[in-house]
Design a protein around this ligand. Structure first.
Ligand code: ADP
Ligand code: TRP
Length: 333
């Protein structure tokens, strides 16, 4: 039986947070039984922000341990590190020839990065979606589980895959689709600062590897408002975000309880935050313990990375050879 193929990755730029987990990694774990999965650590992409060699290496190890601690099983899914599969950068070079400056400059993620780091608007940032497309289509992915913020990058991947097929009059690449369970929208986990998404660079994130004390502190400091004064009034963005987080980590009846209190204007945000913090801790604590255990086992990490890279290289090389044929590369010797 031919299972559909799934590819996704995360940059090793720090600890994984709840947004990464609920937007991406949770789906990796859910998909690994029924799909042919490739999950990787996008270390080449992370070079766009110029990490030191030490930070790069530590980040890769951390994310690998976090993937495993969350339940991605190397017996079921291929787990690998992007830079261990050089074929991807070769495909990236080919795709770059048909990626246009205008369309790359127009992507929101590029514009945002250019605004955030004006001193470092490098070409890697500009062609970030091209490398991401290469990651995806080199394994002929049908689905890509990512959070809402990656929607546009994925749209670019679809465009580059379709364009390559058209130029070379082939169907070498399936057109990859975003993946969500139950036909739901792609998810956006909010931050604790009242607006926007939870993100590493936003400084509003709760990591999976965060100790309980720090979780309590962060949640208790979350932005709210002065409280409802009329029954059943709409919630402010900050309070809505708190409820969204609670819906993600807490039991249904807990959310109902606080929703009822809010609607009756009886809510005390302090109580809600305490409950939310404890529910986050109950969820993250076992993962944190596992991360520590796995990080100690260097031999296991090395084995997972080596075996993953072998499987990923095999799959990538197969596609790359087809691509080279189509482009017209013919060895003269
Ligand atoms: P960050 O924004 O913290 O730098 P990344 O951009 O590295 O996170 O995202 C890695 C994965 O996690 C992507 O699939 C992304 O869509 C997902 N993700 C990140 N933040 C969120 C969030 N707040 N809500 C949903 N998914 C998210
Ligand atoms: N851009 C993604 C992020 O920041 C990481 C990524 C790189 C990715 N290549 C990918 C995600 C391919 C899915 C598929 O989160």
């Amino acid at each position: 039986m031919n299972k559909p193929t799934v590819v996704s990755g995360i940059r090793p730029t720090g600890f994984l947070h709840l947004g990464n987990y609920f937007g991406a990694v949770r789906n990796f774990v859910r998909m690994q039984n029924d799909y042919h999965c490739f999950f990787f650590i996008a270390d080449i992409h992370s070079l766009t922000t110029h990490p030191t060699p030490e930070n790069l290496q530590a980040g890769v190890k951390q994310v690998l341990a976090e993937y495993l601690a969350c339940g991605i099983d190397p017996e079921k899914a291929t787990i690998f590190i992007q830079s261990d599969v050089p074929e991807v950068t070769e495909l990236y070079t080919f795709l770059n020839m048909n990626a246009y400056l205008g369309e790359l400059e127009r992507t929101t993620s590029f514009k945002e990065k250019a605004r955030k780091q004006p001193e470092n608007v490098n070409a890697g940032l500009l062609t970030y979606p091209v490398l991401m497309a290469a990651d995806i289509i080199i394994h002929k992915a049908n689905f890509v589980p990512v959070g809402k913020d990656q929607e546009q990058n994925l749209e670019m991947a679809r465009k580059f895959a379709g364009r390559f097929n058209r130029i070379y009059n082939s169907e070498v690449f399936p057109i990859p689709r975003p993946f969500t369970f139950d036909g739901k929208d792609m998810i956006k986990v909010p931050g604790l600062d009242g607006s926007g998404k939870m993100g590493k660079s936003e400084g509003n994130a709760i990591n999976l590897y965060e100790d309980p004390k720090s979780i309590r502190k962060k949640v208790m400091r979350a932005v709210t408002d002065t409280g409802p004064t009329e029954q059943n009034s709409p919630k402010s963005e900050a309070v809505e975000n708190l409820f969204t987080l609670m819906k993600i980590v807490s039991k249904h009846d807990v959310v109902e309880h606080f929703d009822g209190l809010y609607n009756r204007c009886e809510i005390r945000y302090g109580d809600m935050k305490k409950q939310l913090a404890e529910d986050i801790i109950a969820f993250t604590n076992p993962i944190r313990t596992r991360i520590d255990e796995i990080l100690k086992d260097e031999a296991y990490l090395a084995k997972v990375a080596r075996e993953g890279s072998e499987k990923a290289c095999e799959s990538a090389l197969k596609t790359l050879n087809e691509v080279k044929q189509l482009i017209g590369f013919k060895s003269l010797f």
